[in-house]
Design a protein around this ligand. Structure first.
Ligand code: SAM
Ligand code: SF4
Length: 342
């Protein structure tokens, strides 16, 4: 098989066989794959990288995902959350930097009731109607998603984690279900959110066939965003002894996903920058077009340890943002502060 031909066919037909997928995924020299995807990003976005200001709001979580440091049973975690006025302060700081998309992300923390969250969203959108607001706060009932949308939330990130029910069960406790995850994603779509799904690359028990199924989900669900990064073991989690996902696999999947949808909002994630210095830049060169600098509270950030060695946890506010500007310039790109809708 020829890399360019397989990419071109997939790009044109939006169809790919397991055999073709495996061929791309197993490439040792994947420069042509990255280049194909990068050219699609350049065609659609030029050399601009959209900036999303990430505000982490809580390290409390009622869930127990086996891979995550924020899981409820992790007693080695300092728990803290931002109150409404602290969140608003961070949003104002983002606005002052000229950022036009804010992402509020956190563990599934019942403290943020439907009413409190709705109130926070309304205040942000009333004072910054021009700003896009993204939520990444996990699984909620339809009514909550509906209220958040009505209050002005524009986008929602909820990684599906894996599009294989058996694999899903191996990554999560019994209480969580693949069915509910999918219910949430479908609710978000039906409420006209710009919705994002995604998965970790190299998560425990993951087989290449699982990633193929993830790709099929992306082709079918047609998300506006896909969040993907390598799995990184967290020392206090049940998966502490599993190997991390690799840079190579992540860069290949990033490119394949870019070819699946050339207009997709595709971040070069913090996890990618954590497994390898310069990993986010390589992500951009593999087709990513979004960066999410942390503009949140520095104390909470130090404790928001999903996985070991997370970069940026010790940075002062704004540093992540400003350092990214020179990092992307070094590879010929520029940060863009516009909303960057799909
Ligand atoms: N609690 C919300 C949720 O689960 O959707 C939002 C925050 S959660 C920490 C965001 C994402 O972090 C998850 O969807 C998961 O894919 C990723 N994550 C968690 N633990 C990780 C790990 N050990 N390595 C890499 N990514 C991880
Ligand atoms: Fe909680 Fe999200 Fe971590 Fe799962 S991945 S334990 S829901 S913060």
């Amino acid at each position: 098989m020829d890399v360019k031909k397989v990419c071109q066919k997939f790009y044109e037909t939006k169809k790919i066989s397991l055999e073709e997928f495996s061929f791309l995924y197993n490439l040792e020299d994947y420069r042509d794959l990255n280049a194909f995807a990068r050219n699609l990003s350049l065609k659609n976005f030029g050399n601009k990288i959209f900036i999303r200001g990430l505000v982490e709001i809580s390290t409390y979580c009622k869930n127990n995902c086996l891979y995550c440091g924020l899981r409820r049973d992790n007693k080695n975690m300092t728990r803290m959350r931002l109150e409404k006025d602290q969140i608003l302060k961070r949003v104002e700081a983002g606005a002052a930097m000229g950022i036009h998309t804010i992402v509020l992300q956190g563990g599934e923390d019942p403290y943020y009731t439907k009413d409190l969250m709705t109130d926070i969203i309304s205040v942000i959108k009333n004072s910054h109607p021009e700003m896009a607001l993204t939520l990444s706060i996990g699984e909620r009932p339809f009514e909550d998603y509906k209220a958040f949308k009505k209050a002005g939330a524009d986008r929602f990130l909820l990684r599906h984690e894996t599009n294989d029910e058996d694999h899903y069960r191996l990554l999560h406790p019994k209480k969580m279900s693949f069915k509910n995850r999918m219910r949430c994603l479908n609710d978000l779509k039906s409420l006209s959110y710009q919705a994002g799904c995604g998965m970790m690359i190299g998560s425990p028990y993951q087989k290449p066939e699982n990633l193929y199924k993830d790709l099929l989900l992306i082709l079918k669900f047609k998300p506006q965003m896909v969040g993907l990064g390598p799995f990184i073991a967290q020392k206090d989690s049940p998966f502490k002894d599993f190997a991390n996902g690799t840079l190579d696999s992540t860069l290949k999947i990033l490119s394949i996903v870019r070819i699946a949808d050339e207009k997709l909002l595709l971040p070069a994630t913090t996890a990618l920058g954590t497994i390898r210095e310069g990993g986010r830049e390589l992500g951009i060169l593999a087709g990513a077009n979004v960066l999410m600098p942390n503009i949140g509270d520095s104390k909470l950030r130090q404790n928001y340890k999903l996985y070991d060695g997370k970069i940026g946890t010790a940075l002062e506010n704004k540093d992540d943002f400003y350092s990214l500007s020179s990092k992307v310039a070094a590879i010929g790109y520029e940060l863009s502060l516009v909303r960057g809708d799909y």
